[in-house]
Design a binder for this molecule. Structure first.
Ligand code: ADP
Length: 183
């Protein structure tokens, strides 16, 4: 089973992807986590990604595409995975469509003002969690990532879920949407 989570920053993709992954025994692959780990380890990927992430911009496709393609070929990814944070623009969709056949896309939507409050309030202390950078991440999302919703809808793969509810309520809606696919 290969799933994709779509939605703006702060919508709860990471939380829901983790819950569903442990429930369904699937791998959770977050490109944000992979990139932050690369920065911490000081790898070449981390060095290329850092300045973009700190500004709330997308890391260049060639960097992220290479990271994801390599990860998807590993043994533990063969049984399936949940992608969180990838694809994030139409060029990445194109790359992914050549590497894998996606079974469903879960779209968590929440409105901008609520997202800003959530991110600024969650206090993870991430460097890209200042109000200015959060607003830039939202702009990037609306311009580059939101069009992917239409792409997956056209292919009949989209499940739209209201993300402005409790973690439990959203999680139930996620299970209702794809539960039939995972067991
Ligand atoms: P959020 O969803 O809260 O923005 P993420 O952890 O998913 O947080 O992403 C953090 C940052 O990592 C993004 O702002 C971007 O710079 C970079 N990033 C993550 N995934 C991608 C991707 N698929 N393509 C380009 N940049 C990415």
């Amino acid at each position: 089973m290969k799933l994709v989570f779509l939605g703006p920053p702060g919508a709860g993709k990471g939380t829901q992807a983790k819950l569903l992954a442990s429930d369904a025994g699937l791998l959770h692959l977050s490109t944000g986590d992979m990139l932050r780990s690369a920065i911490q380890r000081g790898t070449e990927t981390g060095l290329s990604a850092r300045s973009f992430m700190e500004k709330g911009q997308l890391v260049p496709d060639r960097v992220v595409d290479a990271l994801v393609k390599e990860r998807l070929t590993m043994d533990d990814a063969q049984a399936g995975y949940i992608l969180d944070g990838y694809p994030r623009n139409l060029a990445q969709v194109e790359v992914l469509s050549k590497a894998a056949e996606i079974d469903a896309a879960l779209f968590l939507d929440v409105e901008d003002e609520i997202l800003v409050q959530r991110i600024l309030g969650r206090g993870e202390g991430r460097k890209d969690d200042t109000e200015e950078v959060v607003r830039d991440r939202l702009t990037v999302y609306r311009e580059q990532t939101e069009p992917l919703v239409g792409y997956y809808r056209m292919r009949g793969l989209l499940h739209e879920i209201d993300g402005d509810r409790s973690i439990d309520d959203v999680s139930s809606a996620v299970r209702a949407a794809v539960g039939g696919l995972i067991r």
